[in-house]
Ligand binder design. Sequence first.
Ligand code: SF4
Length: 503
Amino acid sequence: MGTEEQPGPGGINKEVRLKGVNRQQLILRAVDVEKLIEPEHPARAIWELVGRLDLSRFTATIESVEGEPGRPAYDPRLLISLWIYAYSEGVSSAREVARRCEYHPAYQWLTGCEGVNHHSLSDFRVGHQAELDELFAQVLGALSAEGLITLERVMHDGTKVKALASGKSFRREKTLREHLEQARQRVREMGDPRQEPPSVRHAQARERAAREKVERMEQALEEMRKVQAAPNARRAPAEQRVSETDPEARIMKQSGGGCAPSHNLQISTDAAHSLIVGVGVTQSANDEGQLLPALDEVQRNLGRLPRQVVVDAGFTTKETILEMAERQVDFLGSTVEAEKRSRPGPGVAAAFGAEAFVYQAECDNYRCPAGKELPCRGLHRTRRVGVVYHVYSARTADCRGCVFRPKCCAGASPRRIFRVQDAPVVEAFKAKMQTAGAQAILRLRGAVAEFPHAWLKAKIGLRQFRVRGLKKVRCEALWACLAYNLAQWVRLRWRPQQAAAPA
Ligand code: SF4
C-alpha cells in the first residue's frame, strides 16, 4: 500500500514495502463450527447440562408441528443455553444476544452459525415463568445429585436491584387518573382517519403502544390502592405515589446510599458450595417477613427444608423464631431486639414511666415510687406472637391517697404496669445465640449469603432489571441465578472432569 523513502546502505533511498488492507473484496471462508471454541469452553458445559434436563414443558407450548405449514420453532435447548451463557457473560439485552449470534464464536457455536431473532429471544426470556421455575428446580436436582447441594446450612439475604423505571415516573393518584383518561382518549382516536399513520405496520405498532399504556395506567391505579391500604403507610393516601412505567416497583433504600425505584431480590444460598437454592422477588422495602416464603421456595425446589438457616437482624423476628421452631429448622440470627419500654401514656409524667417501678421477682410484683406494691393481676391478651404480657395494678386505696397521683395516674383508675416476657422458644433462641458456636456460624453469614449478590451485580451486571413487572422481573432473576449456578458447576465439577478425562 503505502511507501516511504528510507536511507538504504550506502545512503541510497529505497521505498519500504507494507502489507495493505483491502476491504473491497468478498471472501468465502470454510468454518469448522465445532472448532469455533476450545474443548473446555463454558458454552459446551451449559449446552451439555441443559441437554440433560427434561424440557418437555417448553416444547409443549410450541405450535409449529411436522407436516403443517409454517417455520420451525427455535429449539428450547438452544434458547435456554443462549440466555444462560449470555447472562454469565453479563449480556442481558436480547438485541445484543442476537447481534453476537452473528459474529461471536461461542454464540455461533451454540446456534450452529444460524441467526436468532431478538423478538424470539425477548419473548422466550419472560414468557415461560412456570417452566423456568421448573427448570431452576431441575438444575438444583442435578447439582444435588452430584453432591454439590446438601441443605445442611442455608444462608439467606436480600438485596435491592433497581427497577426499569425512574423516580420521576412516580405520580399521585390524581395525575394517574388524568393520564389514564388521556391514554384512553388516544386509543379512541385510533379509528380517526385524520390520525392514520403512513403504513399498516406503523398503525398496528401505535395501536399496541396505546393499548399497553392504558393497561399500565390501570395497573398503576390498582397498585395505588395497595399502597394506600398498606398498614405501615407513612404518607396520606392522596400523597402516595406509584410509578407509571413499572407500577410494581417501589422506592427502596440502596446499599450505596440514596433511594431508587427497586425490587427486593431474595436469595437463599446453600453454604456447602455457595449455590443458590431459592430465588424470590418482593415489593417489600425491608427483609422482615421474607424468610418464611423463601424457605417455602427452597422446599418447593428441593423437596425438603434446610437443617439450619442463618440470617441477619433484618429477618430475625420473634414470629420467625417461633415458626422455625415449628418447622424444626435450626435457626440462627442476630439476637432479637429487647422489647422497648413503652413511653409513659398520656397524662403520665416522664418521671413516672415504667422505669420508675421496680420489679421484685421473688414476690412477682412491682414497687412504685411511693413504695406501694403492685401485685400481678394476670395476663394481658395481645395479638403479638412470641411474647407474653403480665399485668400489675396498684390498689385503688393506695393511689387515691397518694401525692404523686396527678403525675402517675392518667385517670380515675389505679396505675397499671405491663411486664413483657418472651415465649420459652424465644428465650431458648436468645440463649443459643449467646454461645460461641452460634456466633462463629453467624460470622460466616456475610461471606456466604452476600457472595451471590456481589457476583450477580459485578459479573452479570444485575444492578438494574431490563424488564418491568414482578413476574417478568422474577424471570430475569431466575435466568441470572441459573447463570450463576451453572458457572459454579463448571468451576466445581465440569472443568475438573474435563481436565481428568483422557485426551
Ligand atoms: S399513684 Fe399509685 S402507683 Fe403511683 S406512686 Fe402513687 S401509689 Fe404508687
